[in-house]
Every structure is written in C-alpha cells, then in structure tokens.
Design a protein around this ligand. Structure first.
Ligand SMILES: Cc1cc2nc3c(=O)[nH]c(=O)nc-3n(C[C@H](O)[C@H](O)[C@H](O)COP(=O)(O)OP(=O)(O)OC[C@H]3O[C@@H](n4cnc5c(N)ncnc54)[C@H](O)[C@@H]3O)c2cc1C
Length: 383
C-alpha cells in the first residue's frame, strides 16, 4: 500500500486548503513545504472581492468563479470557527466593503464609470453576488479622512479583507484537528523540498509513495514540474507592500480603498496595508528601494494624510502568474495534478480551488465549470 493517498507539494494558501479538504474526506495526506522566500500567501494584501476592476465581463465563467469563491469564505470560516473557536473573529476576515476611487484622470474616471455601469442593474449585481445597490460616494473622507479630497468613489458592500497568513495557519490547525479525530485520515506536514521521481516524492532522504500528487507550488510550479518533463506556463510576478500604523485611529473596520490603476489601501486593527508593485523580475524576492518608493508614492498620492504614519514593515511575495491571467487547475500527467497560477487573486480563490483540486486528485471529477482552467490550454510563457 502507498504511504499516502495524496502528497501535496507546496504549503501556501492553496496547499493548506487542499490538505484540509483531503483529511476532511478521510484521506492520508502529506503536505511538503520548502519554506521558500517569497511565498505569496505571507505577503498577500488580503482583498477578497467579487468585482474585478480591470477585466470587466470579458469572461462570465471567471466572474462566476470569483463570486463563488467569495461566497465560499463564509462557510469555510464557520467550519474553522467550529474547529477552533479561539481563532474566530475579525482578526481573520471581515466584510468591510470596498471604496473604489478615481481622481480627475479621464482613464480612471472611465474605469470607475465602467464598474458603476456593470453593477447598475440587478442582473449585473447578481453576476457578482452583489446584493445591495452600489452607492456613489462624494465625500470619500467620511470613510478615510487621509484620502485626497478630489476623489470620487463607489461603495461596494460585499467585499471583505483577510489576513492571509492567519487564514493559512487556521486552515492547517483545522486540518490537524480533523486528522486527530477522524479514524481514517492522517496528516503529516513535512518541511523540505519535494522532488517528483518515478517512484514517488523525494524529500531529503525519504522517498514517499502515494496514489496522487498535487503541485500547489505557486510561482515555482513550472520549475518543479519541468524536471519531470511536464510543462506548466506559470511565472513569478513580484509584489511589494508596505505596512503602516496610524496612531490613535481605529482602522480595523475601514473599507478597502481600491483604484482602477492598481494602488490600494486596507485597514486592519493594528495596521494599514498599502500596495502593491507588479514586477516581472524572476525569482527575486527582495524588498527594493525602487519598489518601496513606488508603493509609498502611490499610497501618499491617494492618501496624503498618511505621510506621518509609522512604517511598521515591508512585505514581498511572488505571485504565480499566467499569460491569460487565469489559474491552472487539473491533471497534467497520470496522477499528477496542479493548482497554481492564481496571480493577484490567490487569497480570494485559493481556499475553494485548493479544495476542488484535492478532491479531483483523490478521484472526483473536476467540476465542469472549472474546465476553462485546464492546465493544458495553450499559454505563452511571457505576460
Ligand atoms: C503583494 C501581493 C498582494 C496580494 N494581494 C492579494 C489580495 O489582496 N487578494 C488576493 O486574493 N490575492 C492577493 N495576492 C495573491 C495571493 O497572495 C497569491 O495568489 C496566493 O497566495 C498564491 O498562493 P499559492 O499557495 O499558490 O502560492 P504560495 O503562497 O507562493 O505558496 C507556494 C509554496 O510552495 C512552496 N514550494 C515551492 N516549490 C516547492 C517544492 N519543490 N517543494 C516544497 N515546497 C515548495 C513554497 O515554499 C511556498 O510555500 C497578492 C499577492 C502578492 C504578492
């Protein structure tokens, strides 16, 4: 008999979600993680939104997927709270809403108008799982006093924010607890690099056998699978962020501030997160002067009132990106599966896609609605 039913290589948000899904259905699971610098899950800003500001309605199946993934958060959190009530509460996730803002720039105005237009009809809102009519906001400073006064805004209620690293820890805690209480399921978390061989997965001196392998190795998936002769077109896009503190201000329930141009601000109980760069620089997980300059410039342009905020820390992560901006989920060779390419949407999509990928690797059919994420579709290795 094989050592494991499923070996998951890569323990970010996707791998941790897959591990929970595996033990939930009674499987013997190994989760192998190399602890590489640049893990995207540790850097992710935390916007969980059913509304893409840049893509419009180009792909209804994409809109349906992100809407389903946002909806899935509620049932997942209920499960995590039941397994470990001490972790419950807004420290992990809160639906705070999103203020999409634009200044005088005609492109920004047009993008804001396009979002407003899309969400102006009941059918448009339904497609995004948005139940309340969106609200035009003239006084954006009533939400964020530090914002520039000339900005015009649009408020979307159904947007949340999550602390990715905390959600990740809670997924692993839940998986461990379920494995302890289920008679069939087991979970072994194994530190180290997992290397696929013809006989199994090698980690250090151990060779582990299994019924199926799931590569949830984020930006590293292409290199990991190339060694086995499988081509997966995913590459790293570096993202840098800065974390700020505003003394004497309650920032935990502030809405996400987002812009069609890419800059954003998130409020948490103890910090404000400003992001982010999109840098095509390969596997370079350094925080750079230029990157931090760009992030701070964008943040202070949006919210000059943050200029006296304390810089708490910087973060950097490598987003797993594909040329068409869509994830890769499915089987790439017999019993070898991938779930990667979640790009800038991984905290939103990761919990559900990780779960569905694990179920598929354990023998379920992949739902038809995920067919457009087929890892075998033609993709360029460039952006
Ligand atoms: C700056 C920034 C801001 C973001 N903001 C948001 C946001 O607001 N909302 C949102 O939804 N998403 C956001 N994202 C995207 C999201 O963070 C990522 O898409 C998501 O975390 C990817 O998760 P993952 O599990 O696929 O990869 P990762 O989290 O990168 O995990 C991959 C893991 O694989 C391991 N690994 C690789 N190779 C091997 C091997 N051979 N053996 C063992 N382990 C291996 C690595 O050590 C790593 O731990 C952001 C990302 C960044 C960088």
């Amino acid at each position: 008999m094989a050592d494991f039913d499923l070996i998951i290589i890569g323990g970010g948000i996707v791998g941790a979600s897959a591990a929970l899904a595996g033990v939930r259905r009674g499987a013997r699971v190994a989760l192998v993680d190399a602890g590489l610098a640049g893990r995207a899950t540790d850097a992710g800003a935390g916007i969980v939104s059913p509304v893409a500001l840049d893509r419009g309605e180009q792909r209804p199946e994409w809109t349906a997927l992100i809407t389903e993934c946002v909806g899935y958060y509620q049932s997942l959190l209920a499960e995590l709270d039941a397994v470990d009530p001490t972790g419950a509460g807004s420290a992990t996730y809160e639906q705070v809403g999103e203020l999409v803002v634009a200044g005088d720039d005609p492109h920004e105005q047009a993008a804001l108008d396009a979002v407003a237009e899309r969400l102006s009809t009941p059918a448009g809102r339904r497609a995004h799982g948005v139940t309340k009519p969106v609200e035009i906001v003239d006084d954006v400073r009533s939400y964020w006093p530090e914002l520039r006064g000339d900005l015009r805004g649009l408020f979307i209620t159904e947007v949340g924010r999550v602390v990715g690293s905390r959600l990740h820890n809670r997924l692993l805690t839940a998986a461990r607890r379920r494995a302890q209480t289920d008679t069939a399921a087991t979970l072994e978390v194994i530190p180290g690099a997992g290397i696929l061989t013809s006989t199994g997965v090698r980690v250090g001196h151990r060779t582990l056998t299994c019924r199926a392998v799931l590569f949830a190795t984020g930006a590293w998936a292409a290199a990991d699978l190339a060694a086995y002769g499988v081509e997966v077109a995913v590459r790293p896009i570096r993202g840098q962020l800065v974390h700020l503190r505003l003394d004497g201000q309650q920032t935990g329930m502030r809405p996400v501030v987002n812009t069609p141009g890419g800059g954003y601000l998130l409020g948490f109980d103890d910090r404000i997160v400003a992001g982010a760069t999109h840098e095509d620089v390969g596997f370079d997980a350094r925080v750079t002067a230029g990157g931090q300059h760009a992030v701070l410039q964008a943040a202070l342009d949006l919210a000059p009132g943050l200029s006296a905020a304390t810089v708490l820390e910087t973060r950097v992560g490598l987003r797993p990106a594909t040329s068409d901006g869509l994830p890769l989920v499915g089987e790439v060779a017999p019993t070898i599966h991938v779930a990667t390419g979640l790009g800038a949407w991984g905290l939103t999509l990761g919990p559900l896609l990780g779960e569905l990928a694990a179920q598929h690797a354990l023998g379920d059919r992949l739902p038809e609605r995920l067919a457009f994420l087929d890892p075998g579709r033609p993709l360029s290795k460039e952006s």
